[in-house]
Design a binder for this molecule. Structure first.
Ligand code: MSP
Length: 508
């Protein structure tokens, strides 16, 4: 039986349309999923949409729609974008689906029955005109931060989750599992937060209706984060603990942005502890993208729309840039200049040129029929070794979710390939028929190194790798076993590739 691997993205709110921040997590998860499939894992890759809550309810009112109409409309935009970005998810969960509502009601009832959810009173400051509760610290000089009118102390009935009870158990878990929360700096922040003391958490609201009712008391709507987090198991069929749930849970990694780490590293694990379910293996929080140095926001009108980038530069350029430019876990800045720089140097020049030069020579010197190599000499063996070593390096970096380092390791082999051409000078060898055997070995070494490189790269840049492998006459299904030297056989038909990536000469 294959080992399993379960990876998730956050489920995206439908009150906003997709931007590069959303594309970022989803592309990263896709690379991981594709890579693990390649390495022989039985992968479950989940993404979806977060459709309940006050924010969505309000956005729907503004748009003159019902919340479900709004969700139906916006969710299509996410799904269409994932299609264009080549996202290979196994499942797309919407929190308005019956399977999800069932999972949420069940886990809520389960914790309620155990006594770790109880009915209490939530006391806070209330602004009647705005119909909003505010905490003491949110008030501005004792007044409503939105309208500046006086507020009054009000009590609202609410269900509470006994999060305080799990404080020590959670700390002990984090202590015993150093990789549970990553990167490390974020783990330390979470540990300090927990040590300040966990308070019980209000997990129901009576101020709006768009959500899942509390089982047995439908005046209360389940708190949107309790609802949303449960998607990770409801998609697997929970409360049915057989089938996909038993096969894939606990999740191998939840990929998320740093702003929602507390929900994933404190709330979610304590909910699971209370329900008696296993905790995630890993929660990894990536950084945030700014745009040309500024925070991305609707009001600044600088939101970067992935579809526009794909139209302009092509899908694999976008995928490459997002994962190569910034180490996963750190914040990064998006700029067209930086993207074009990467496109022209790493893609058009390095990888594109290597393949077009190599395939052109195979056509020119051998009519496009891969010759039988003769004995390899040092310079060939060095490229072969470097290609082989890259596999282990990429594997290690992928395990650390260091996507940019993994790409760097692949590019080291590409650079070595370009240098190999210069050093072995096939055009000189081609002048003397006595060097035919040597020339055959050079061509074989060069193309075989690229075959392996593109097999690995297919996890990152599936379209590009597909084109490259087709030009190398390699049509086999890619798997771990194929990543060893010798896959290209003599007689294979090589076709010349014009340009994998055009140089971008246009204006930014
Ligand atoms: N619905 C919740 C998640 C629930 S998961 C059980 C949510 N949705 S969101 O649509 O607002 O955000 C989804 C993800 O997008 C978050 O991981 C967030 O970090 C990420 N990003 C939003 N803006 C971003 C950037 N500017 N840069 C990088 N990622 C960003 O939160």
């Amino acid at each position: 039986m294959k080992p399993t691997f379960y990876v998730t993205t956050p489920i995206y709110y439908v009150n906003d349309v997709p931007h590069i921040g959303h594309a970022y997590t989803t592309v990263a998860a896709d690379v991981l999923a594709r890579y693990k499939r390649l390495m022989g894992y039985d992968v479950y890759f989940l993404t979806g949409s977060d459709e309940h809550g006050q924010k969505v309810e309000k956005a729907a009112i503004t748009a003159g729609e019902t919340p479900l109409e709004l969700a139906d409309r916006v969710v299509k935009r996410y799904q269409a974008l994932w299609e264009r970005l080549g996202i290979s998810h196994s499942d797309f969960i919407r929190t308005t689906q019956e399977r999800h509502k069932k999972g949420v009601s069940e886990i809520f009832s389960n914790i309620l029955a155990k006594g770790d959810i109880y009915l209490g009173e939530y006391e806070d400051w209330y602004c009647t005109p705005c119909e909003t509760f505010w905490t003491e610290t949110q008030l501005i000089e004792g007044r409503c931060p939105d309208c500046n009118r006086p507020v009054e102390k009000l009590k609202e009935e609410s269900y509470f989750f006994r999060m305080s009870k799990y404080q020590e158990q959670l700390l002990a878990h984090i202590e015993a599992h150093p990789d549970f929360i990553q990167p490390k700096s974020k783990r330390n922040e979470i540990v300090s937060f927990i040590k300040e003391g966990l308070r019980d958490l209000s997990v129901s609201r009576t101020t709006f209706t768009w959500g899942i009712p509390v089982p047995g008391n439908d005046r209360h709507i389940i708190y949107v984060w309790f609802d949303a987090l449960t998607n990770y198991i409801s998609a697997l069929g929970y409360p049915d603990e057989t089938g996909n749930y038993s096969r894939y849970w606990p999740v191998d990694v939840h990929l998320i942005g740093k702003d929602i780490l507390r929900f994933h590293a404190v709330y979610w694990p304590t909910f699971l502890m209370a329900a008696g379910l296993p905790l995630p293996e890993k929660v990894f929080a990536h950084g945030w993208w700014t745009v040309e140095g500024q925070k991305m926001s609707k009001s600044l009108q600088n939101v970067v729309e992935p579809n526009m980038l794909i139209d302009k530069y092509g899908v694999d350029v976008v995928r490459y840039f997002l994962l190569r430019e910034v180490p996963f876990g750190l914040d990064g800045d998006f700029s067209h200049t930086a993207l074009i720089q990467r496109m022209n140097s790493d893609l058009a020049n390095d990888i594109g040129n290597l393949l077009s030069r190599s395939t052109a020579m195979a056509v020119k010197y051998f009519e496009g029929i891969l010759p039988e190599p003769s004995e390899m000499i040092d310079i060939d063996l060095a490229l072969k070794t470097k290609t082989g070593e890259m596999i282990a390096i990429v594997d290690k970096f992928i395990d650390e979710l260091a996507f940019s380092k993994a790409l760097q390791a692949i590019w080291d082999v590409i650079s070595a390939g370009n240098k190999y051409i210069d050093d072995s000078a096939p055009w000189t060898l081609a002048k003397d028929p006595a060097n035919r055997g040597r020339l055959a070995t050079v061509m074989h070494t060069l193309l075989e190194s690229q075959r392996i490189t593109h097999c690995v790269l297919s996890a990152f840049l599936p379209t590009t790798a597909g084109k490259a492998l087709a030009s190398l006459g390699y049509a086999e299904e890619i798997s771990k076993e194929k990543l060893v030297w010798g896959g290209l056989k003599a007689g294979t038909v090589i076709t010349k590739v014009e340009a994998l990536f055009p140089r971008y000469e246009g204006k930014e």
